[in-house]
Design a protein around this ligand. Structure first.
Ligand code: HEC
Length: 471
């Protein structure tokens, strides 16, 4: 291998010399990082044949990521794969497991500091800071974190660590709602009894108290954010939470319904639909009058409604039921509340449902069978059952704003031996010692209904939100 090591070493000494004459307050720049990569990485990570498709030969190429996802998450060296492979890889500090020279501790520190300063380019640009780029937010319930995915490139571009904001690792972030223009996002924390408001730049700007909040839903017209109660609470208040999301004021709306859980707001904002985990009923709450109308769904045992999704034209709502494994189709146009018009049998434990942008399909993961169901909403039949690697207790769903992709999150929890779900475990691509049960987000191409990518996140990927209001 021809490599002008002596010149590079000389350059490195020069650069090291330069930085030490400056005050050490200026953190390392891309030029310094580039020199390290040129010295130890680009022999394999450059050009067409780059290992895993990861090119470390320019700042732009680094942030294109590999064939699988990101190598560096700006501001978070600890969760950046490039650093994890150098510090925690059980096969040895990469690339030493391939017989190549590993990064020195000093180099790892230099790269980490640069990442924690936002991983700026030579011109000072921070990656993925264009305010118009669509984002997907993924609650990582067992990690106290929210992963932020760039929808254009389908890679994790930021990690919001709630532990750094005064919450503990048991706060359980569960579900996320995003303003239609992407300006703010909201996350429910089941065990911290809170709902938090963040800016697009992931700055915490507001919070309210709410007992065991679960699903959240935005009023697309008015100022409200609604929250139901988590499944983890067996006797939560018989009310939902209504938040003025500008002022972050909170009120409780009493429902006289046990364990209110599934939640959706009508397209015109006039009605909120809520169902119970314990009773077979759907409540319709009208904000203008304060009226609540109940609709009872037949059944000799609790269906356990999990989630609702409303069609883009606002006329139809689909609700999933965990225990009886149905997709219930409700008409929203007749009368004051909902009317059941169809029941579709599906595989076990359908979870968060979501309509496609054109209203033709509804998607959801089946939490107990590790599959994704696609419903044809014109014929009201199961159009496809998707199986595949990465499906491990599917939970949340979201759509890209252009309708091109659907996202399904997966918990991938540790299962006791002999449990039926044991054969559906996702094994992370690199064993970092502590990451056996990281969750995933599967990317589904809506034109082919195929899984096109597996994005690795942190433990227990649960509810998701994107800047498109189709909850
Ligand atoms: C000898 C060739 C070689 C060198 C040198 C090398 N890598 Fe790699 N790299 C690989 C291969 C091959 C893989 C795939 C994983 C494996 O086989 O361990 C990989 C994987 C990676 C990944 C994970 C990409 C993904 O998403 O799967 C990162 C990040 C990475 N390398 C960073 C680096 C850095 C930083 C350096 C320099 C310090 C470096 N590599 C040097 C060959 C190399």
């Amino acid at each position: 291998m021809v490599r002008s090591t002596s010149i590079l070493a000389f350059l490195l000494i020069l650069i090291a010399g330069c930085t030490s004459t400056h005050e050490r307050t200026i953190s390392s720049g891309w030029t310094e990082i580039d020199a390290i990569f040129q010295n130890k990485c680009t022999s394999c990570h450059a050009g067409e044949q780059a290992a895993e498709g990861l090119r470390l030969d320019s700042w732009q190429n680094l942030f294109e990521g590999s064939d699988h996802g990101e190598a560096v998450i700006a501001y978070d060296s600890e969760n950046s794969l490039l650093i994890e492979l150098a510090t925690k890889y059980t096969k040895g500090s990469h690339p030493s497991e391939l017989g190549e020279e590993a990064l020195t501790d000093e180099e790892i520190r230099t790269i980490s500091e640069w990442i924690d300063a936002g991983a700026p380019s030579a011109d000072g640009d921070i990656p993925f800071s264009n305010p118009d780029d669509p984002r997907l937010y993924v609650a990582n319930q067992a990690a106290g974190m929210v992963a932020v995915i760039d929808i254009n490139t389908n890679q994790v571009v930021r990690m919001v660590n709630l532990m750094g904001l005064g919450f503990n690792e048991f706060s359980m972030p569960h579900h996320i709602a995003v303003e239609p223009d992407g300006s703010f996002w909201y996350v429910s924390l089941i065990m911290a009894d809170k709902i938090l408001k963040f800016t697009r730049d992931n700055e915490l700007v507001g919070q309210v108290e709410a007992t065991r909040p679960g699903l959240v839903a935005l009023d697309p017209v008015g100022p409200w954010l609604y929250a139901g109660r988590s499944m983890m609470s067996v006797s939560p208040p018989e009310s939902i939470v209504q938040i003025d999301r500008d002022k972050m004021d909170v009120e409780e709306i009493g429902l006289l319904m046990q364990r209110p859980h599934a939640l959706a707001v009508s397209r015109d904002g006039s009605a909120t639909y809520i169902s119970s985990l314990a009773q077979n009923r759907v409540a319709t709450y009208k904000d203008e009058t304060g009226d609540v109308v109940f609709y009872d769904v037949e059944g000799d045992r609790p269906h356990v409604f999990i989630g609702f999704t409303i069609s883009p034209d606002g006329t139809t709502m689909v609700g999933t039921s965990e225990v009886t494994s149905n997709a219930f189709v409700f008409d929203l146009t007749a009368g004051d509340g909902v009317t059941l018009i169809d029941t579709i049998r599906v595989l076990r434990a359908p979870w968060h449902p979501i309509y496609s942008a054109d209203g033709k399909w509804v998607y959801f993961g089946n939490n107990w069978t590790n599959t994704i169901t696609v419903l044809n909403m014109e014929t009201r039949e199961v159009a496809k059952v998707i199986e595949g690697y990465g499906l491990a207790q599917p939970h949340g769903s979201a759509a890209s704003p252009d309708g091109r992709y659907m996202y399904i999150s997966n918990r991938n929890l540790a299962m006791p031996d002999g449990h039926s779900k044991q054969d559906h475990v996702y094994h992370p691509r690199y064993d970092l010692g502590d990451n056996a049960h990281i969750g995933t987000v599967l990317v589904l191409d809506t034109r082919t209904h195929e899984i096109v990518k597996i994005i690795e996140t942190e433990e227990y990927a649960s509810g998701m939100g994107a800047a498109v209001n189709r909850n």
